[in-house]
Design a protein around this ligand. Structure first.
Ligand SMILES: N[C@@H](CCC(=O)N[C@@H](CS)C(=O)NCC(=O)O)C(=O)O
Length: 309
């Protein structure tokens, strides 16, 4: 089995979610540090244009989006499971809250609170990516008391869940919902001056946060980006061909498609040929001069697939 290679940078909250999952599973992995803003010339040959963080590579298979990454990790390394049987399905529903409205709120607070101090190129990139072409980080900064009230109420729900002695969100051991909530708490505490004071109200949450922090990130070793490309070039995609007769778009192996994150972030679409399709995943084959044939995986939920004309 090929080694897990994570393309990320230390400050990325969504990457922290995946790093915690690698820790829960106690995995050894290779770490490629990518730039925080485009261009990302040594990531693009792998993803075909997908520019978000993190991306996971296993040989010539490339997994875009933490949803896709976590699912692939749980399938390849089933124990300990991120998705215990008695909670099957539900954690993905929870992720639509944590990665949707809750992340949006956290980003508004973190970027809004330092709107004037952010490097202009970073502010322009993230403003456009998270809030669309009419972004206004100063407006978020001016709305901080309201945004904080929204966040505080929702952190209170997590506090309620953890109060009463539950060590982790689903019980005695850490699972996907812990990673889903932890990365936001990590982001709020580490990147917003008001974070520690806000969190100090929630004692059960803080005790849980320390337990998740102590899990760590598994064992990682740095890898040069160029070497990661060579690894992809030397490998063949391992993704089997799969069709889904119930697919609402009629997608089938061999079709030329474009895949793009939903929303107004200006993300580029990735072009390829369907290799694998089911309810949760689409994987497409694409060619690149630096890596040969790679198979790029995306979640279905949160992504728009169009059949190329
Ligand atoms: N839905 C994606 C969101 C990823 C995301 O937005 N990541 C942020 C970093 S935490 C990002 O890509 N920022 C821009 C960049 O790194 O270029 C996922 O779950 O992986």
């Amino acid at each position: 089995m090929g080694q897990v290679i994570l393309h990320h940078y230390p400050q990325s909250p969504v990457a922290e979610k995946v790093r915690v999952a690698l820790g829960i599973k106690g995995l050894s992995w290779r770490s490629v540090t990518i730039p925080r803003i485009p261009p990302k010339p040594e990531l693009m040959p792998l993803t075909g244009g997908y520019r978000r963080t993190p991306v996971m590579q296993i040989g010539a298979d490339v997994f875009c989006d933490s949803q896709c990454i976590l699912r692939a990790l749980d399938r390849r390394f089933p124990e300990p499971s991120l998705l215990p049987g008695d909670a099957a399905g539900m954690p993905w529903g929870v992720s639509r809250w944590t990665d949707g409205p809750l992340l949006d709120l956290a980003v508004r607070i973190v970027l809004g609170a330092q709107a004037e101090a952010l490097p202009p190129d970073f502010a322009a990139d993230r403003g456009r990516l998270y809030f669309g072409p009419d972004y206004d980080l100063e407006a978020a900064g001016a709305d901080l008391p309201h945004l904080t009230a929204q966040l505080r109420g929702q952190l209170g729900w997590i506090e309620q869940r953890l109060a009463g002695g539950r060590a982790f969100i689903l019980g005695a051991r850490p699972t996907l919902p812990d990673a889903l909530v932890y990365y936001l708490v990590w982001f709020i505490r580490g990147r917003w001056a008001g974070g520690p004071a806000l969190l100090s109200e929630f004692s059960a949450l803080e005790a849980w946060e320390a337990r998740v922090r102590d899990i760590g990130h598994g064992t990682s070793k740095d890898l040069d980006a160029g070497e990661a490309l060579e690894i992809a070039h030397a490998a063949e995609p391992q993704t089997p061909e799969a069709a889904d007769p119930g697919d609402p778009l009629g997608l089938a192996p061999g079709m030329a498609v474009m895949v793009v994150p939903e929303g107004d972030g200006g993300d580029p679409a990735v072009a390829g040929t369907v290799r694998f399709v089911d309810r949760e995943t689409i994987a497409i084959l694409r060619e690149d001069t630096r890596v040969g044939t790679v198979c790029v995986h995306f979640p279905r939920v949160g992504y728009r697939v169009t059949v190329a004309a």
